[in-house]
Design a protein around this ligand. Structure first.
Ligand code: SAH
Length: 247
């Protein structure tokens, strides 16, 4: 009898941001495949009896190629197991969740998807930066700053738009290019920017600066991945609304 695969978002780090559904399914799992970005405390919730498999990837250091993860999921389910595929944040936001499901469909393996708190929501909340605000931003855009052939390839013109917040995932490596390009396409050099490092965890650090200075600030503070960039006027609220680790 074929088992089932649960593609589950684990949220950005704080284990209490797991959904009740994610928690319940994790506790029932026979096999758990997890990524690098899934928090340590969440891994500790996996039952002793379950087979734990780390398939995560650090940048350009893939411990298992995507195709192999896809087939492993299908194979484990076909052995009759209840398989949990745990991903950082939300599985459908820069998570390749779609690719894994396509393979399951081809293999005739049943599945369910459980959403998670994406890094944008988690980091914004724990940094004290509302992504929208009636006075500052009526829209928010999620982008990946992941480099293709060593350069970032983003629709710069559309990004320099009033009353819009930009949230850039995987933006640290390309930060110099990203900040220079935004200014070149007309963004004010004084546009506020926040870098949120290891958001929602006990090691969270938040650095606020401007698009002109953000690269220097990241170097000075040795900002490390995982880090999220939030760009927009809403970042000015951080000073006032910051709460995490404060009260
Ligand atoms: N599916 C995930 C995103 C995976 S892409 C989600 O929905 O959140 C990986 C990128 O997410 C990282 O490079 C970083 O930009 C961001 N990220 C994930 N967890 C984070 C965290 N705790 N703090 C800051 N950024 C994080």
């Amino acid at each position: 009898m074929t088992g089932k695969v649960y593609l589950i978002g684990a949220g950005p780090g704080d284990p209490e941001l797991l959904t009740l559904k994610a928690y319940r399914l994790l506790k029932q799992a026979d096999v758990v495949l997890y990524d690098r970005l899934v928090g340590k405390e969440i891994i500790e919730l996996i039952p002793e009896s379950a087979e734990k498999m780390y398939v995560g990837k650090a940048k350009s250091l893939h411990s298992l190629p995507q195709e192999e993860i896809n087939s492993l999921l299908a194979a484990k389910a076909k052995e009759g197991h209840m398989v949990v595929r745990l991903k950082g944040g939300d599985p459908f936001i820069f998570g390749r969740g779609g690719e894994e499901l396509e393979e399951l469909i081809e293999e005739g393996v049943p599945f369910e998807v459980v959403p998670g708190v994406t890094a944008a929501a988690g980091c914004a909340a724990y940094a004290g930066i509302p992504l929208t605000h009636r006075d500052y931003a009526q829209s928010v855009r999620f982008l990946t700053g992941h480099l293709k052939d060593g350069t970032t390839d983003l629709p710069w013109e559309e990004l320099v738009h009033p009353a819009q917040t930009l949230v850039i995932y995987m933006g640290l490596t390309g930060l110099k290019d990203i900040s220079q390009s935004l200014i070149r396409f007309g963004m004010s050099p004084s546009m506020p920017v926040a870098i949120v490092e290891k958001g929602t965890t006990s090691e969270q650090r938040v650095f606020t600066s401007t698009i002109q200075d953000v690269y220097g600030v990241s170097i000075e503070n040795e900002a490390k991945s995982p880090a999220l960039l939030i760009i927009g006027e809403v970042v000015t609220l951080q000073k006032k609304l910051e709460w995490y680790g404060k009260y």
